[in-house]
Design a protein around this ligand. Structure first.
Ligand code: GLP
Length: 234
């Protein structure tokens, strides 16, 4: 596991964006795993700025988001589909057919999970996946106790995760379930970059750094992967 400490959130965002842009420059058909949450907002801003100044082509890039809430439509302002539109997709030349997000409004969410796994497989698997870190160390929406072999599935969100994401819902009504890539799905990505910033992540970061691997601490699964970079800032 490679650790990089950046002195500010702005530098962390800049570094993450340059990893992403290098990847699509090297391979214009790159397959990216993408996160949501507050942490990657700066990375997406830097990607957009770079793309405006210095053209970067997303035309053949395929993206797979890590997760989505169940029971809300794509255009709900709290959905991760709306988040991705607002923070990235609206500003880049990605083909909408290549930008995948689990359909949280699917009539059969379990079938949607099977379809999503197959879509990742059909794309040749994830090449480079960015992750945020939950305060309780969740990755995607894989809460503590998730088996490291888990695949894309429907999960119940923990109370603490729902509270942490409450302000993203105007009515504070955070859905109780989500579709998330499994830890096993994430670990098959050829390269992984984890972003963690801020005092509220310090404890989870220190625990990850300790190297103790256990299912009660989902991010520790990353120790089993050969190419992980952790970008940390205050
Ligand atoms: C949500 C997302 C995670 C994300 C986490 C941390 O629960 N499902 O993928 O990593 O929040 O978010 P933040 O960056 O806002 O702290």
């Amino acid at each position: 596991m490679n650790w990089e400490r950046l002195d500010t959130y702005a530098h962390l965002s800049d570094r993450a964006a340059s990893i992403l842009l290098d990847a699509i420059r090297t391979d214009p058909h790159a397959v990216l795993g993408l996160p949501t949450g507050r942490t990657p907002v700066g990375m997406y801003d830097c990607v957009i700025t770079e793309c405006t100044h210095n053209y970067h082509c997303f035309r053949d890039v395929r993206t797979f988001n890590l997760d989505e809430y169940v029971g809300i439509p794509h255009d709900h302002p709290g959905s991760y589909a709306a988040y991705m539109e607002q923070h990235l997709f609206e500003f880049i030349d990605i083909n909408p057919a290549n930008a995948h997000i689990p359909d949280g409004a699917a009539r059969d969410p379990r079938a949607e999970c099977v379809r999503y796994e197959a879509a990742i497989r059909d794309a040749g698997g994830l090449g480079l996946t960015f992750l945020g870190l939950g305060r309780n160390s969740h990755i995607g929406f894989n809460e503590p106790g998730t088996p490291f072999t888990s695949r894309t599935r429907v999960v119940e969100l923990s109370e603490s995760t729902r509270i942490a994401n409450e302000d993203l819902f105007a009515d504070h009504k955070v859905p109780t379930r989500a579709i998330t890539m499994g830890i096993g799905t994430i670990l098959e990505s050829r390269r992984i970059v984890l972003l963690a910033s801020g005092a509220n992540k310090r404890e989870a970061v220190e625990r990850l750094r300790s190297g103790i691997v256990e299912e009660s601490f989902p991010a520790s699964a990353l120790w089993g992967h050969p190419d992980v970079t952790v970008l940390v800032s205050d």
